[in-house]
Design a protein around this ligand. Structure first.
Ligand code: FAD
Length: 369
């Protein structure tokens, strides 16, 4: 890892898809010597290095190529069956090398504060970096979200989130309730039902998932992104762009449906010591419908990982950050701060474009000083 300078005009925080795209374009726009890129993960790959081992390039949605060098070109071949946690980090490593992107890692950013007409960033080891601008690209992986349901602390079994899943073998012989309606929930429900020996699975979520009979419709995808964009322009917390496009029905999903694995139930209202129940109050459920399980497996998504920016007080009354600019990468209250991979750009393709736009905005802001 290159040494850390105590000042750079541009500080990029996070070296996943969004951070690498940003760095690529900062170089293209002549700011190659004026930025530092920090990441607290041990290796290249952004959040992909932490995905569960059974997620492959074929079962991921689609990992869009970074600008200037595609995955297949970098790796030399197409590897649909390879674990995404191996292939994508290797791709990013080659990418960083090819374009000379100097990522400082592992470097944890604890907080960013305003000072004078710029910022001071406090690192996990006590060091500080001053900068004139901040481009934040910290993704969502470090902020798994579990909704609050009464009784959660009473549950005597195991609770885990997508973030902590390591494979189906862990669930052998157990009664597992999968919670969530996104692609991770459905894929992992099927995986556990099929591969964890002797496991019994159950599934519920707040809204019933809709399975689309046809392939991903780009028009629908654009409309979903536009809705998230509208939210962040209004200062509302973003919803996920990768989850709102509906679930494409695949042969694996059809087969699971035929085998009774996708037997959906509405969300329970309370967690008990031994499981969950519907329409029940505190105390042992009596007449109410109940389900006893060993595991509550929350596939309930992620939130933006922005705790280190809290001293900047960016959140407004809507609960989110009011965003502006052509691709909503700019914090409306302070254009020296760009957020990439946030809101409508929280997809691999969105992160690419946002990186370019944020680099362009910062280049314009710094001008020819
Ligand atoms: P990340 O890849 O999360 O990178 C953020 C980086 O910031 C990390 O390297 C992290 O170490 C670093 N960081 C965070 N906080 C700090 C800090 N305080 N200090 C220093 N460094 C920090 N999108 C798609 O388009 N296609 C898919 O197939 C797809 N599959 C997905 C599957 C799952 C299970 C999930 C959860 C998401 C998926 N997504 C997918 C969405 C995906 O997360 C984004 O598309 C994209 O990978 C995010 O890139 P990013 O650079 O914004 O974030």
């Amino acid at each position: 890892s290159p040494p850390i300078d105590d000042h750079s005009d541009v500080l990029v925080i996070g070296g996943g898809q969004a951070g690498l795209s940003t760095a690529y374009f900062l170089q293209r726009f002549g700011l190659g010597d004026r930025y530092q890129l920090l990441d607290h993960a041990p290796d290249s790959g952004g959040a992909w290095q932490f995905r569960w081992p059974t997620l492959t390039l074929a079962t991921a949605n689609r990992v869009h190529d970074l600008p200037g060098l595609g995955l297949i070109e970098a790796l030399g071949d197409d590897r649909p069956e390879v674990a995404a946690r191996a292939a994508v980090p290797e791709y990013f490593r080659i990418y960083e090398e090819r374009f000379g992107l100097r990522v400082r890692r592992p470097v944890h950013v604890r907080s960013v504060k305003r000072v004078g007409d710029g910022f001071v960033t406090h690192l996990g080891d006590g060091r500080q970096i001053t900068s004139r601008t901040i481009i934040n690209a910290t993704g969502t992986w470090d902020r798994p979200f579990i909704p609050h349901i009464p009784g959660a602390e009473e549950f005597g079994g195991r609770q885990l989130h997508t973030h902590d899943y390591t494979g189906p073998a862990d669930f052998a012989g157990q009664r597992v309730l999968v919670i969530g309606a996104g692609i991770s929930a459905v894929q992992l429900l099927i995986e556990i039902a099929r591969e964890a020996e002797g496991a019994q699975t159950f599934w519920c979520s707040r809204r019933e998932p809709e399975f689309q009979r046809r392939e991903f419709d780009p028009e629908q995808g654009r409309a979903a992104v536009a809705r998230v964009e509208e939210r962040v322009r209004a200062g509302l917390p973003p919803t996920s762009v990768v989850s709102v496009t509906g679930l494409a029905s695949t042969p694996a999903i059809e087969a699971a449906r035929a085998d009774g694995i996708l037997d959906w139930r509405p969300m329970f209202t309370r967690i008990t010591r031994t499981g969950v129940c519907w329409d029940c109050g505190p105390g042992p459920p009596t007449g109410a419908e109940r389900l006893d399980v060993d595991v509550l497996f929350w596939n309930t998504g992620f939130r933006s990982s922005l705790d280190h920016l809290s001293p900047l007080r960016l959140r407004g009354p809507g609960g989110g950050i009011v965003m502006t600019g052509r691709l909503t990468t700019t914090v409306a209250s302070d254009p020296r701060i760009q957020l990439v991979g946030y809101g409508p750009s929280a997809s691999t393709i969105g992160a690419n474009r946002a990186g370019r736009e944020a680099a362009r905005m910062v280049a314009e802001l710094l001008g020819n000083d």
